[in-house]
Design a protein around this ligand. Structure first.
Ligand code: HEM
Length: 486
């Protein structure tokens, strides 16, 4: 009997042990860490990420547009909750998922055990409590209570960021690390995480001095830029340019990948420095020009990352038959990355000619193409393809293709509905513009809740000793033996 993804001989699996995903034709040596070591607690990260998404960030993604469409009159709380939604989604949902997967994958591609393994659970606790504290305190508390909670939240985030960077840098900068270009993406992304945490602390201290409940707009935008373009996209690009070429039969180019990582990080750094400067001083036509040039460079780096991943120029199809459908999430994520690059280049090009900066509708459009189209899509795709519980699920639940197709259609529809009103800009400012967003929120939260449910169900089911073992696959007969052939 063959392994689901490799057609290699398979040995019975111990109950609860992870089932790895590999490209067809890859050998165990390509993916296994060189020495026995304990698995990073990725389930805790993914479980926390999905919980914060369903009961926090995506719940707000439904309620915030509904509050506008139905004119619930939430007053100033609406804007505070928008900021809470942004941080819950970026640092809680997406951030913790990406961290969990990075910690799980790092020993495999670097050949190094994780540095400071005892700090991994405290890292999760620090970030999760920071995000939750902020989401509760900023909209609901006032005066000294709010200030104290925001300061504690910022301190927890900074402590978590330093631990995260220490683990990443110490693991990947070791002379024996084989992390190649992915190591660059991860190290630069981890530094961006520290920068955003430090900047957040500075913002919070300033809010305290002015008894403010909202982060001033320009600073908020600069902070989100570093979190999204610096941390999130560098990590996602790092994983994609490493894992996807193996599945599309393309050769990995370390030099070109390192160049793309450097270009992306450098343009993000230039934009962030100028945006922070403009947020604390007066923005000028020069700061606008530099910002737009940096955004054009970011757009070019996105195209380079899509090219290097090779999704749209496959030389071979090395995705196992059982995973073909799920791989469409990765294809869709890269298609949305190219849409984001095109939008960014279009908006920044026009703004450069006009001597202006992107307006809030344009920023919102690019932001949600990236956060829903690229990041959420990639998270769902990676969950279905790489998380061990789902690898076993493909063997156990063989009739779930309609569910996967429905999730794929729903998530793509959510991107379109979320971004459409933003692309109309000032031509559609009536409260009706929030209806498509509310529907998008419902679709997205349903997809994430379904993934969370399937993950929890598989986690419980995989405790059965025969789950995913060779004899189980055999007992399923010809329908699943096809699964093992590519
Ligand atoms: C379909 C799902 C989503 C919906 C319906 C939605 C809805 C919204 C709305 C209504 C706003 C306020 C826009 C305004 O100021 O007019 C917003 C802002 C924002 N959203 Fe989303 N969102 C979704 C998904 C996401 C995801 C997945 C992320 C991140 C991973 C995200 C990150 C943000 C950020 C960073 C902001 C700006 C927050 C700020 O201004 O501080 N959103 N979203």
């Amino acid at each position: 009997m063959a392994d689901e993804h490799t057609n290699e001989p398979q040995t019975p699996r111990l109950a609860g042990a992870p089932i790895p995903l590999r490209a067809v034709g890859a050998t165990a040596a390509h993916v296994a860490p060189p020495r026995a070591q304990s698995e990073a607690p990725y389930r805790l990260f993914i479980g926390t990420s999905l919980t914060l998404a369903v009961f926090g960030g995506f719940l707000l993604a439904v309620l915030l547009p509904l509050a506008q469409a139905l004119q619930w009159n939430w007053g100033d709380s609406w804007q505070s909750l928008v900021q809470a939604h942004g941080q819950l989604q970026l640092l809680g949902f997406a951030g913790l998922f990406v961290m969990g997967m990075a910690l799980r994958l790092m020993p495999r591609f670097s050949g190094r055990p994780l540095a400071f393994p005892r700090l991994i659970v405290p890292l999760l606790a620090l970030i999760a409590s920071s995000v939750v504290l902020r989401a509760i305190a900023q909209p609901w508390a006032s005066g000294t209570t709010r200030d104290a909670a925001l300061v504690v939240s910022a301190a927890l985030l900074l402590a978590g960021a330093l631990i995260f960077a220490a683990i990443i840098l110490r693991t990947l900068l070791h002379p024996d690390s084989r992390a190649e270009a992915t190591g660059w993406y991860f190290c630069l992304g981890a530094l961006a995480y520290v920068v955003q945490a430090a900047f957040n602390a500075a913002i919070v201290l300033d809010m305290m001095r002015h008894d403010a409940s909202l982060v001033p707009h320009a600073r908020d935008q600069a902070l989100i830029f570093v979190q999204l373009f610096g941390f999130m996209l560098l990590f996602i690009a790092g994983v994609s340019t490493r894992a996807v070429p193996a599945l599309t039969g393309n050769a990995r180019s370390t030099a070109a990948s390192k160049a793309a990582a450097t270009a992306l990080a450098a343009s993000v750094a230039v934009y962030a420095c100028v945006a922070f400067w403009a947020a604390y001083r007066t923005p000028t036509s020069t700061t606008a020009r530099v910002e737009n040039i940096a955004l054009l460079a970011v757009a070019a780096a996105f195209v380079a990352v899509a090219w290097l991943a090779g999704v749209f120029r496959p030389h071979a199809n090395r995705v196992a038959r059982a995973s073909q459908l799920q791989f469409n999430f990765v294809r869709a994520a890269f298609a949305w990355l190219l849409v984001a690059a095109a939008l960014l280049a279009w908006y920044a090009g026009h703004a450069l000619v006009d001597g202006a900066v992107l307006d809030s509708f344009q920023t919102d459009a690019v932001r949600h193409v990236l956060t829903v189209g690229v990041i959420t899509m990639m998270i769902v795709g990676m969950a279905l393809l790489v998380v061990p519980e789902f690898a076993g699920r493909r063997i156990q639940h063989t009739n779930e293709a309609p569910v996967v197709v429905t999730l794929l259609v729903a998530l793509n529809a959510a991107v379109v509905l979320r971004v459409w009103p933003a692309t109309r800009g000032v031509d559609w400012i009536a409260s009706t513009r929030y209806w498509p967003m509310a529907i998008a929120g419902v679709l997205a939260v349903t997809v994430i809740a379904a993934i969370a449910f399937m993950l929890a169900q598989s986690f419980i089911e995989q405790r059965r000793p025969a789950w995913g073992a060779a004899q189980t696959i055999e007992s399923r007969g010809s329908s699943t033996s096809a699964v093992n052939k590519n």
